[in-house]
Design a protein around this ligand. Structure first.
Ligand SMILES: NC(=O)c1ccc[n+]([C@@H]2O[C@H](COP(=O)([O-])OP(=O)(O)OC[C@H]3O[C@@H](n4cnc5c(N)ncnc54)[C@H](OP(=O)(O)O)[C@@H]3O)[C@@H](O)[C@H]2O)c1
Length: 281
């Protein structure tokens, strides 16, 4: 089994990005800037935001963190987003999800300028993606595609099974894999027999958010398995794939942690950089 080492691939790409940004700062007289909005004190979100800030620093992207109280009103948050949309030095805006229930997530995401949408979640950018037009891709699907490419995995002609149909992972990765030539099946909670689908898959993308949902008996020998899930079990991070079992049958397998997570952060950094280039050029 070959480990799909997201940490290694992301580090290499981040290093290249850092060198590029160093040159661009001389040309364009300023560094790229990402504004990160965090509402409330969800421990997982706080840890993700910390990681994103650290990664920005590493590659030379300036980041501004807006830490807002759990009780912030929709109007106040909207005012902040509109202000950041207008700030000339801000290239990308990220609203860390999930946000408290009293705030309208879809409305707020779509309020972020599509030209500063570092996460690629804006309805217009998702529309471009589904119409195969150049756009900002959501960071996780982008990171997965980059990871598969880094290991020269030829997606064309593969039977790909995606577990999960969310707007930020399952659905966009299905689109990108289809564009790359895979025949796709998207599974979800209403899927009658998940194992019947996964067993015949050349490529499995596990993004259900269910600890160790994919077991050895569900995977065809020689399959490529990408584990997107992040689940906390007894204080430990566990993916959606039973790693020890599946490693015995898969040809390629991404670990959790150090698999898709670092690739997602790399995707976010590259998105911010692309938005910056469009902004300053
Ligand atoms: N590593 C990273 O960088 C990264 C980035 C993003 C997300 N994640 C992780 O990836 C996972 C998915 O994230 P998400 O935002 O897409 O989650 P989500 O919005 O909760 O979506 C989960 C999807 O999985 C499906 N699902 C849940 N249980 C299932 C089951 N037993 N069998 C088949 N399908 C099932 C759901 O089906 P229904 O549609 O029928 O409800 C839904 O479509 C989470 O663990 C999240 O933490 C990791």
């Amino acid at each position: 089994m070959i480990l799909l080492d997201g940490a290694k691939v992301a580090n290499e790409r981040n290093l290249r990005l850092k060198e590029q940004i160093e040159k661009d700062i001389i040309t364009y007289k300023r560094a790229p800037c990402l504004a990160i909005i965090l509402v409330g004190e969800n421990p997982a979100s706080m840890s993700y935001v910390k990681g994103k800030g650290k990664a920005c620093k590493l590659v030379g992207i300036t980041h501004e963190l807006y830490r807002l109280d759990e009780s912030i009103s929709e109007e106040e948050l909207s005012t902040l987003i509109i202000r950041l949309n207008q700030e000339d030095h801000v290239d990308g805006i990220l609203l860390q999800l999930p946000i408290p229930k009293h705030l309208n997530e879809t409305m707020l995401i779509d309020l972020i300028s599509k030209d500063k949408d570092a996460d690629g979640f804006h309805v217009i950018n998702q529309g471009y993606l589904y119409q195969k037009k150049p756009t900002v891709y959501p960071a996780t699907p982008k990171g997965i595609m980059t990871l598969l490419k880094a290991y020269d995995i030829n997606i064309s002609g593969m039977d790909a099974v995606i577990i999960g149909r969310s707007n930020i992972v399952g659905f966009p990765i299905a689109r990108l894999l289809m564009d790359a030539g895979a025949t796709i099946t998207v599974c979800h909670r209403q899927t009658k027999d998940l194992a019947a689908h996964t067993k015949r898959a050349d490529l499995i993308i596990a993004s259900a958010g269910r600890a160790e949902l994919v077991t050895k008996d569900m995977v065809k020998s020689g399959a490529v398995v990408v584990d997107v899930g992040v689940n906390r079990v007894d204080g430990k991070l566990v993916g959606d794939v039973h790693f020890e079992g599946v490693r015995q049958v898969a040809a390629y397998l991404s670990p959790v942690p150090r698999g898709v997570g670092p690739m997602t952060i790399n995707g976010l950094l590259e998105n911010t950089y692309e938005l910056y280039l469009k902004h300053v050029k």
